[in-house]
Design a protein around this ligand. Structure first.
Ligand SMILES: *[C@@H]1O[C@H](CO)[C@@H](O)[C@H](O)[C@H]1NC(C)=O
Ligand SMILES: *[C@@H]1O[C@H](CO)[C@@H](O)[C@H](O)[C@H]1NC(C)=O
Ligand SMILES: *[C@@H]1O[C@H](CO)[C@@H](O)[C@H](O)[C@H]1NC(C)=O
Ligand SMILES: *[C@@H]1O[C@H](CO)[C@@H](O)[C@H](O)[C@H]1NC(C)=O
Ligand SMILES: *[C@@H]1O[C@H](CO)[C@@H](O)[C@H](O)[C@H]1NC(C)=O
Ligand SMILES: *[C@@H]1O[C@H](CO)[C@@H](O)[C@H](O)[C@H]1NC(C)=O
Length: 390
């Protein structure tokens, strides 16, 4: 059957070269794959051989996540305006005759000079505030509620797009982050350096911060903290840990707990092996931009082995792009959930100083304090090799 979607083209700019990618087929035959799916193979089986191919593969992965797990991310609304009053930046967005308004607070650093680098912090910053960096506090729950599985479709995003919009709460929040960046672009007097914007959050908000960093390429550094399964963890590995008897958050649990994922994902929560992706590919959407995964080894529920294995595997995408040290993992135990341990400060500084302050630092950081790779056996999960993309 002739399908309009099949000739819809995705265009964007890679470096200075405008590129057009074929649209994702409207129907995909999902087949079970117990391994972490190959980042370097298109859904049609063709190998990803160049950086230009990766740009299209990235777009394909983004579409796959929206289709099966996260719901649709709407484009920039037709009208976005912003106004600054003191430390409060108000963003108005309108589309199709409806409009919403939300505000974020900007806390300027006491050192440095404007324009400042900034971290957009879901629900407030839970990592130590870096010197010279502004903090933009984003009340993400105002955009999409996350009270329980019955809060679906509530929040300002849904006031604008309708309560039945497919976007999950995490996608709605990512949309909100993009509007904050639009507003900063419109408001030079806010004094924020648009080339040095980070995003962070912890736990459920860490899952959300990773999604924002995955979708908006204007974000220079993404720092998900203790995001666990559904964030930096892998659905497949978390299921395997659970099957081995360790209580871990899984897709099957998470879809009943809250509205972080789209309703479409319910279909796959008990058969994650048919998903043509796992969360190593959510991280891969960030590449080659900066990504620092901060995690806690000692909370079983977060799936430490899942996060470690998933993110070590994600790093292969940065390796293939020749930027392995733009992505790091720092996993340390013996602290409360979302309490930042002082022995990770150096890792955080290295990433913040490189990606938000433009300094030359050593960000070759992929480490866990867990013994024996936390039980992660790569050959059980990875059955592909890493190309060098030219
Ligand atoms: C597979 O998909 C990629 C990306 O959409 C496309 O560039 C390539 O031409 C396709 N290969 C075949 C054999 O259809
Ligand atoms: C999907 O599977 C069906 C049934 O096996 C087959 O007829 C169809 O050609 C397949 N489609 C694609 C795109 O591979
Ligand atoms: C955009 O929205 C602002 C209010 O936020 C309004 O003043 C302006 O007229 C709108 N522009 C257009 C083109 O609709
Ligand atoms: C934004 O929306 C609010 C609430 O509707 C309104 O009071 C305000 O004037 C709007 N601001 C701009 C700049 O349009
Ligand atoms: C949302 O979908 C439900 C079920 O299909 C329908 O009953 C309801 O009217 C829809 N609501 C809106 C606002 O479209
Ligand atoms: C589950 O246990 C088996 C048998 O001990 C082991 O081979 C496998 O690696 C374990 N899987 C995980 C994810 O820990």
């Amino acid at each position: 059957m002739f399908n309009l979607a099949a000739i819809w083209l995705v265009s964007f700019v890679v470096g200075a070269i405008a590129q057009t990618c074929p649209a994702l087929p409207s129907t995909i035959n999902l087949t079970a794959n117990s391994k972490l799916p190959d980042p370097f193979k298109f859904i049609n089986g063709t190998a990803v051989a160049s950086k230009a191919d990766w740009a299209c593969r990235r777009e394909e992965i983004s579409q796959l996540f929206q289709r099966y797990e996260l719901g649709t991310l709407p484009p920039k609304p037709s009208n976005v305006t912003a106004s600054l009053s003191g430390n409060s930046l108000t963003i108005n967005a309108s589309e199709g005759g409806k409009s919403i308004s939300f505000s974020v607070s900007i806390s300027k650093p006491s050192s440095g000079t404007a324009p400042y680098p900034a971290i957009i912090a879901y629900g407030g910053l839970s990592i130590p505030t870096p010197a010279g960096v502004a903090v933009i506090t984003f009340n993400n729950d105002d955009i999409a509620a996350q009270q329980s599985s019955s809060s679906r479709g509530q929040g300002k995003f849904y006031n604008l797009y309708g309560s039945n919009h497919s976007a999950s709460a995490m996608t709605a929040w990512a949309w909100g982050v993009s509007r904050i960046i639009d507003a900063l672009e419109l408001t030079p007097s806010a004094g924020i350096d648009l080339d040095h914007i980070g995003v962070s959050g912890c736990s459920r908000n860490g899952k959300g911060a990773l999604v924002a960093g995955a979708f908006d390429t204007r974000i220079a550094l993404t720092i998900p903290q203790e995001s666990g399964s559904g964030g930096a963890g892998s659905w497949r590995i978390s299921d395997a840990i659970m099957a081995n008897g360790t209580s871990t958050q899984t897709a099957s649990e998470i879809v009943g707990e809250n509205v972080w994922f789209s309703t479409t994902f319910n279909t796959y929560a008990n058969q994650v092996n048919v998903l043509p992706f796992d969360h190593h590919l959510l991280s891969a959407l960030v590449a080659p931009r900066g990504l620092l995964i901060i995690d806690n080894t000692s909370i079983d529920w977060l799936g430490p082995q899942s996060v470690w294995g998933c993110q070590k595997t994600a790093n292969y995408v940065w390796q293939a792009l020749g930027e392995a040290d733009h992505m790091g993992v720092s996993q340390v135990g013996n602290h409360n959930h979302c309490a930042f341990p002082s022995n990770e400060q150096g890792d955080l500084d290295a990433f913040v100083n490189k990606f938000l302050k433009g300094q030359s630092t050593n960000t070759n950081i992929i480490k866990t304090d867990g013994a024996n790779n936390l039980g992660f056996v790569e050959s059980q999960w990875v059955d592909w090799t890493v190309p060098t993309l030219s």
